[in-house]
Write a new protein. Structure first.
Length: 258
């Protein structure tokens, strides 16, 4: 298994660390969220992505989904499958593919070679997707949101996007015998704890509190750092002095061999 964080921008300095919106590429053919997916690489690279798992409906997680669907469209019988909870899929139909914000690719797909198909994937469900076993787990954000547990013969990796303090995902993680790594959000600096609380996000302090719930000693990669506060959050993560914790970098391929 290999996971790559997709960047949102190329900074004038040459840095690509900023992930203003969220997308993760898994084994080149699966994406988790589509905040930046439609701006990634070439149309040939995007065409390789056959499945998109949407964690929740906030714009930084779905912003470029319509552009990606258009880029990946081959006008053939095979198309991209978008997986998400019924809440997510209803939002895509009503608020995105509605002929106002974007053409209704969902309706068009009924009458011509399909642009996409929708697949309901609720928390608590597990399915096989392109060689991976994927389990959706509910986490605690201001809208219904799923974390995804990804498993192949090399082990399991847990990707936990937008959430405040939560429980079920750690209960599930502690049941595993093959957990290899965790990607966990940490959005705001500690000084913005109130905003983190009401928006159901983590600060470095609450991030550390979540890690106390995890019994496994595995690498933990911090993700979803807000761009303007990024350096402050990075500094506070470093102050945790936890050798297992690293700030995930965009365009770095994190891999676990089968």
């Amino acid at each position: 298994m290999k996971i790559t964080l997709l960047p949102s921008t190329l900074h004038p300095s040459g840095a690509t660390d900023f992930q203003y919106a969220s997308s993760y590429l898994v084994n080149d053919s699966i994406a988790i969220d589509a905040g930046t997916l439609g701006f990634y690489g070439s149309v040939q690279q995007q065409e390789k992505v056959r499945h998109v798992l949407i964690t929740h409906t906030h714009i930084d997680h779905i912003a470029t989904l319509p552009i990606f669907i258009e880029n990946a469209y081959t006008a053939g019988p095979e198309c991209v499958t978008v997986h998400g909870s019924q809440t997510v899929l209803d939002c895509l139909q009503n608020d995105v593919f509605n002929n106002r914000l974007w053409p209704d690719f969902i309706e068009l797909s009924k009458h011509m070679p399909p642009f996409l198909k929708l697949s309901v994937f609720e928390p608590g469900e597990t399915r096989e997707i392109d060689g991976l076993r994927v389990e959706a787990i509910a986490i605690d954000h201001v809208v219904p949101t799923s974390a995804f547990l990804l498993t192949d013969s090399g082990g399991s990796v847990l990707l936990v996007t937008d959430t405040g303090p939560t429980e079920a995902v750690w209960f599930r993680a502690n049941q595993l015998t093959d957990l290899r790594a965790v990607f966990l959000e940490v959005t705001f600096p500690n000084s913005m704890g109130y905003l983190a609380g009401v928006s159901r996000h983590l600060t470095p302090d609450s991030f550390a509190g979540e890690l106390l719930k995890l019994k496994h000693k595995v690498p933990v990669y911090a993700i979803h750092l807000k761009g303007r506060m990024r350096q402050r959050v990075v500094d506070e993560i470093v102050e945790l002095d936890n050798p297992l914790v690293k700030v995930a970098e965009t365009l770095t391929q994190y891999g676990w061999k089968t």
